[in-house]
Write a protein that binds this ligand. Structure first.
Ligand SMILES: CC(C)(COP(=O)(O)OP(=O)(O)OC[C@H]1O[C@@H](n2cnc3c(N)ncnc32)[C@H](O)[C@@H]1OP(=O)(O)O)[C@@H](O)C(=O)NCCC(=O)NCCS
Length: 209
């Protein structure tokens, strides 16, 4: 791991962050992918929430976006575009009591080396520093594309929760201490997974909900 460093994203990384997104989300519609201008806006709006992992040569290996929000956990249905303020973080509320993980992507070459763990640990540290309730993410059911013909997405999620199926995103998030709060049937414009995601939650035990 020592060959990677994690830092706040900087405006000059915006083009690379946008290219990385396109590599990480090849089936998400163009309108829902974050552009370089939007990455620059995130850095201006909430710099502490924007993270990058760099290789030893300074190039970008991973990136992530987050914002602060309020959420009614009893009425949690939302889409990615709502959660991301139409990808501009318009909805970022500096007084928000949850950190919302809008985006996380690791370059395909560097997957499985703990880079997302670095990012999740940094997000958890930020939550503790801010004294807020925890982290919410819409975890895309990336592996559902191979099961679409055999079961509904919600059934697939239940099998992932029981650890009968390994999902390349949600299983990783479960390993990082997240729990499933609910099912988001219309989260994202990705027809290969019918747009489905899980709302995942990591709690800061120091702060009551
Ligand atoms: C999801 C993603 C961010 C994970 O990043 P990563 O850096 O590869 O993840 P890490 O290396 O930190 O962790 C992978 C974990 O999965 C585990 N894992 C990987 N393959 C596994 C398998 N087949 N069975 C069981 N566990 C497995 C690893 O052991 C590791 O867990 P551990 O550290 O507790 O041992 C990355 O795959 C990615 O960028 N995907 C495309 C974009 C995306 O889907 N983003 C999420 C949108 S919600």
């Amino acid at each position: 791991m020592s060959e990677f460093i994690i830092c706040q994203s900087r405006a000059e990384m915006a083009e690379d962050l946008a290219s990385l997104q396109r590599l990480c989300f090849p089936n998400v519609s163009e309108q829902e992918l974050i552009t370089a201008s939007q990455y620059r806006a995130h850095i201006e709006r909430f710099p502490e929430g924007q993270l990058a992992v760099l290789r030893a040569d300074g190039s970008l290996a991973a990136g992530s976006t987050s914002c602060l929000c309020h959420i009614d956990l009893a009425h949690y249905q939302h889409s990615y575009m709502e959660a991301s303020g139409q990808n501009w973080l318009h909805n970022h509320d500096p007084c928000g009591d949850w950190l919302y993980g809008v985006d996380i992507g690791v370059h395909p070459r560097e997957r499985g080396q703990g880079l997302s763990k670095l990012i999740y640990d940094a997000r958890k540290a930020l939550v503790r520093r801010l004294g807020i309730k925890g982290i919410l993410v819409g975890g895309m059911l990336k592996g559902y594309s191979s099961y679409r013909a055999t079961m509904p997405a919600q059934e697939y999620l239940a099998a992932v929760q029981r650890q009968e199926i390994f999902d390349p995103t949600v299983s990783v998030q479960l390993r990082r201490g997240f729990q499933v709060h609910g099912f988001l049937p219309h989260y994202i414009d990705d027809p290969t997974i019918d747009g489905a995601a899980a709302l995942l939650m990591w709690r800061n035990d120091a702060v009551p909900i």
